[in-house]
Design a protein around this ligand. Structure first.
Ligand code: FAD
Length: 462
């Protein structure tokens, strides 16, 4: 592992979104780090199948990327989505802006490109060493070592997705004083330390499909995140730079299994997603070929382990994977990296204190977004299609415009601000209480006025 400023050997496990950003931030502090990644270099080997192809990146992610000079580059390669385009079954599609002024947008960004840009930046940062095809299998905080399988065949990290049989690679033990685990939702480090805590699998899985360009152009409006709400299930679509859309089905797992022939797939889509079925020429092949991924909420605690030999901390999905319905997992993982960097500054680079400060500050925030993400699933797959919901949203936006900065919706606080997630529920309660009080006062004033008018206009008794 790389030598830190005080001579510590610092290892980051996982060269995903969080691992790479953290490597850059630490490298810039003059801390040497070695990043161990189980996959071959994705810039050479191509993106992994079965991961979401694009991501919605919003204010928090952009603020973190800004710290390493990647914000503008990311935005140049992003497609802004200013609202939701809702496709109800049997009704007209309708556009619902994300912000009161209609100006703010979340950004559809290719995961592979973002990861590639972060890998390039990490590689160019003095002191950062990237090592690919290195699957870390465990950590020993007492001895200050990590074990890894070099050049092991790859598997996608989900439970049951073990590496293929055959050459299992060479087991190696390496010294490390600080181990930062950004190895994703199914973290081997978390498992090896027994920090698994609470891991909830949703009964829904996800599968990706494609809407290719039509006559060289986008087949759907590229300025929106498209949603087909279907009660207990839904499909969404995000635009890509090549003018295609990546659609993601979020369905109960048994619904995927039930469509076991091409004819059933075609008939089902014609009935349930009629306005898009004709835009998917490879529907049946994609449906049969693309895997069903799991959706998991991880609530590990603590995120740190202090041994005589090494300090270990979890970050990103390894510490707190969340369901993707607020588009915040990567945004939130990036915030972890910035917080670790800030805590190192505040503690004069003392790892033990910095990492305990980091976990204390982040836990309430990641718990809060985990709950909001679960809640947003119900909103997206069900509530968005109701006329009452649309009326309430329109009224909310009108209030936001009138009370600029004093009344802000949950969506805007999550996606367009960097207010700590944990402060959002209290902020919403306060503004709702203020609004209720104002409405009550207005009602009293109106009632008083009506009484006065009644008294004044009452005819005198004779
Ligand atoms: P990862 O990106 O998972 O990276 C982990 C890395 O560690 C990988 O490179 C992996 O190969 C490596 N690794 C794993 N095990 C080992 C090991 N044993 N040894 C060495 N290396 C290892 N977030 C958003 O912000 N916006 C969205 O729109 C969004 N959409 C999503 C849609 C779907 C369907 C899903 C499933 C997630 C979505 N997310 C979204 C969440 C986002 O993908 C994650 O929160 C984010 O990738 C977390 O980053 P990470 O670096 O912690 O983990």
């Amino acid at each position: 592992a790389g030598d830190g400023a005080r001579g510590e050997r610092v290892a980051i496990v996982g060269a995903g979104l969080a691992g790479c950003l953290l490597a850059v931030l630490l490298g810039r502090r003059g801390i040497g780090v070695t990043v161990y990644e189980r996959r071959p270099d994705p810039r050479v080997a191509g993106a992994e199948r079965g991961r979401s192809i694009n991501l919605a990146i919003s204010a928090r992610g952009l603020a973190a990327l800004e710290q390493v000079g990647l914000r503008d580059q990311a935005l140049k390669r992003a497609l802004p989505m200013h609202g939701r385009m809702v496709h109800p079954l049997g009704g007209a599609r309708n556009f619902q802006p994300y912000s009161a002024d209609g100006e703010r947008a979340i950004n559809s960004i290719s995961r592979a490109e973002l990861n590639g840009a972060l890998l390039d930046t990490a590689e160019a940062t003095p002191g950062v060493t990237l090592r690919f095809s290195q699957r870390v299998t465990g950590v020993d905080p007492a001895a200050g070592t990590i074990t890894l399988l070099e050049n092991a065949p790859d598997a996608n990290g989900e439970p049951g997705a073990e590496a293929p049989d055959g050459d299992q690679g060479r087991t190696v033990t390496e010294r490390a004083d600080v181990v930062l685990a950004g190895d994703g939702a199914y973290s081997a480090i978390r498992r090896s330390l027994g920090l698994d805590g609470d891991t909830d699998f949703l009964e829904h899985g996800y599968k990706e499909l494609t809407v290719p360009p039509r006559d060289g152009d986008f087949a759907l409006d590229p300025d929106a995140l498209h949603i087909w709400p279907r009660g207990s299930a839904m499909m969404i679509a995000l635009p890509n730079l090549d003018r295609s859309f990546t659609c993601t089905l979020f369905w109960p797992k048994e619904d995927f299994a039930a469509l076991d022939t091409p004819a059933k797939v075609t008939a089902f889509f014609a009935e349930r997603y009629p306005d898009v079925a004709g835009l998917m020429p490879d529907l049946t092949e994609d449906f049969a070929r693309n895997p069903v991924g799991s959706l998991v909420t991880v609530r590990a605690w603590p995120w740190t382990r202090y041994g005589d030999g090494a300090i270990v901390a979890l970050l990103g999905d390894a510490a707190h994977a969340i369901v993707p319905f607020f588009g915040q997992g990567a945004n939130c993982a990036f915030e972890d990296c910035v917080e670790i960097d800030r805590c190192l500054t505040e503690t004069g680079g003392r790892w033990e204190r910095a990492l305990s400060l980091y976990q204390e500050r982040r836990k309430a925030n990641t718990d809060a977004i985990a709950e909001m993400a679960l809640d947003n699933f119900v909103e997206m797959r069900d509530r968005v299609s109701s006329p009452v919901y649309r009326t309430v949203k329109a009224a909310q936006h009108a209030l936001e415009r009138r009370l600029a900065g004093r009344y802000v919706s949950r969506y805007e606080l999550v996606s367009f601000s960097t207010l700590p997630y944990a402060e959002i529920p209290a902020r919403l309660r306060r503004q709702n209480a203020a609004l209720a009080a104002a409405l009550a006062a207005a009602a009293l004033t109106a009632a008083g006025l009506a009484r006065t008018l009644r008294n004044r206009t009452r005819r005198p008794r004779t």
